[in-house]
Design a protein around this ligand. Structure first.
Ligand SMILES: [Mg+2]
Length: 458
């Protein structure tokens, strides 16, 4: 057999990268993994398909509206295409479309050249990714029950833990919170109504709309504006909750907390001072992340590491908090932050100030593997969130990664091309479709030809 003489013949590729073109983008929305996950397929002219995912509880429309801007393009030009669509992302779920497509572009680039995504980012710092187990459903009642729930996580091999600490622990305790009468009761009532809406998925659409919009308004009152405050008794209950948990799980294992509640910076300061001795890994989202100066004040008031970022879009969104030295841990979600490369940039930005990076993740194995590659390629990475420890069919959504995907608290960084996912399992996905967004990879032709004059200056 004749030896290859052209350079490109000596590069192992799985396609012809320079001729690769995007031909279609399609979606499937699944429910209960544990959230609503919006899976994305980006099709090409060469028989390779890129997998992506829009942020949990977001909308496929944020990605579909970008289809016309990507059709016919070479997906290997990830950064060039990202800069074209970047203006259509925003904080929270609005970042989901841009970020989810960026992930699919990296998957295609990796598959086209036959290399894992982390390699395209500059290589890896580690061979396995430490997962931190969120535990926000079971064991909430007392420190004792929460401690037991966390100990079960440790038995399964998890070496980094998180639990909720805040409003949820104070329900039923008279005299724990002072607040203008009716405010918290109304929030609770609307929250429960919204919870039933998510679980049932059977009521008429108009009723859903009413419940959702009322909950949006009630839950969007920023912490300092609710007028609710922790009493001394409330602080004591929360501190005792953590003490009980620590008695159960010991002091050696890192323990983070989340979901503080509708309280002020003063309340957070009083509570954090009380919690210093329990060596928390971090205290997450004490306040809306937009309040940079309140974060800076809090970080100086108590020796407890502060963490935020799951709803921040782009590295530039993190810059004010990082430059104010207001955090100990940045916490981007790859599917809000702007994707895989932007998450690495956030990690590098934080590292300049001695700040570590944990990664938020409540998505399917597609979003998870995107985070695995960003984590592998970021030096200051600490731990990646895992929300699906109790979802039996989570692993079955994909074929490719070695199973169990999370093995004794870690994910092995894959060396397969792209994200390391060979295929999506349509049988499993079909069995868990969101009844309000039925249809499996249906045509999206109605978005072809949809565009605007995109330049942001005149
Ligand atoms: Mg959180």
């Amino acid at each position: 057999m004749e030896r290859d003489t052209r350079p490109q013949d000596n590069v192992r590729t799985h396609s012809r990268p320079s001729d690769l073109k995007i031909t279609d983008i399609r979606f499937a929305d699944i429910l209960g993994a544990p959230m609503r996950c919006i899976l994305v397929k980006v099709f090409t002219n060469q028989d390779i398909v890129g997998f992506g995912e829009v942020r949990d509880w977001s909308s496929r429309s944020y990605a579909a509206m970008l289809k016309e801007r990507l059709l016919g393009e070479n997906p290997c030009d990830v950064d060039r295409l990202f800069r074209r669509i970047r203006q259509f992302g925003g904080h929270g779920r609005q970042g989901g479309g841009v970020s989810g497509l960026e992930v699919a572009l990296w998957d295609l680039a990796g598959k086209a050249y036959g290399v894992p995504v982390y390699q395209l980012l500059g290589g890896k710092f580690r061979d396995r990714i430490r997962m931190y187990a969120d535990t926000d459903w079971e064991g909430k009642g007392t420190g004792e029950t929460m401690g037991r729930a966390l100990a079960r996580r440790m038995d399964r091999g998890f070496t980094f833990l998180k639990m909720d600490l805040g409003l949820g622990q104070l329900a039923g305790h008279k005299g724990a919170i002072s607040a203008p009468s009716g405010v918290l009761e109304e929030m609770r009532r609307l929250g429960e109504e919204y919870g039933r809406f998510i679980d049932s998925a059977r009521e008429p659409l108009g009723e859903y709309r009413r419940i959702r919009n009322r909950w949006y308004e009630a839950s969007s009152v920023a912490n300092p504006l609710t007028g609710a405050h922790l009493t001394e008794k409330g602080i004591e209950i929360l501190a005792e909750f953590v003490a009980e948990v620590r008695r159960k799980i010991g002091d050696d294992v890192p323990l983070a907390t989340d979901h503080f509640g509708p309280f002020s910076v003063e309340d957070a300061e009083r509570l954090l001072r009380r919690l210093e001795k329990y060596n928390l890994a971090w205290f997450e989202d004490p306040l809306p992340w937009q309040y940079t100066e309140q974060y800076a004040r809090l970080s100086r008031a108590a020796a407890v590491p502060l963490c935020t970022g799951e709803d921040i879009y782009l590295a530039q969104g993190f810059r004010p908090l990082v430059e104010a030295n207001a955090l100990s841990v940045v916490h981007p979600d790859v599917l809000t932050a702007g994707g895989i490369l932007e998450t690495k940039k956030i990690g590098d930005l934080a590292q300049e100030r001695g700040i570590a990076m944990a990664i938020h993740m409540a998505e399917s194995p597609v979003g998870c593997m995107a985070a695995v590659h960003a984590a592998a390629a970021s030096e200051n990475f600490l731990a990646l969130e895992y929300h699906s420890a109790d979802v039996a069919w989570w692993d079955d959504i994909v074929e490719g990664p070695s199973k169990p995907i999370v093995d004794r608290g870690f994910i092995a960084v894959p060396d397969e091309p792209g994200l390391g996912i060979e295929s999506l399992n349509d049988e499993v996905i079909g069995a868990h479709l969101d009844p309000h967004m039925p249809g499996l990879w249906e045509p999206t032709d109605r978005w072809d030809g949809e565009w605007s004059h995109d330049r942001t200056w005149s």
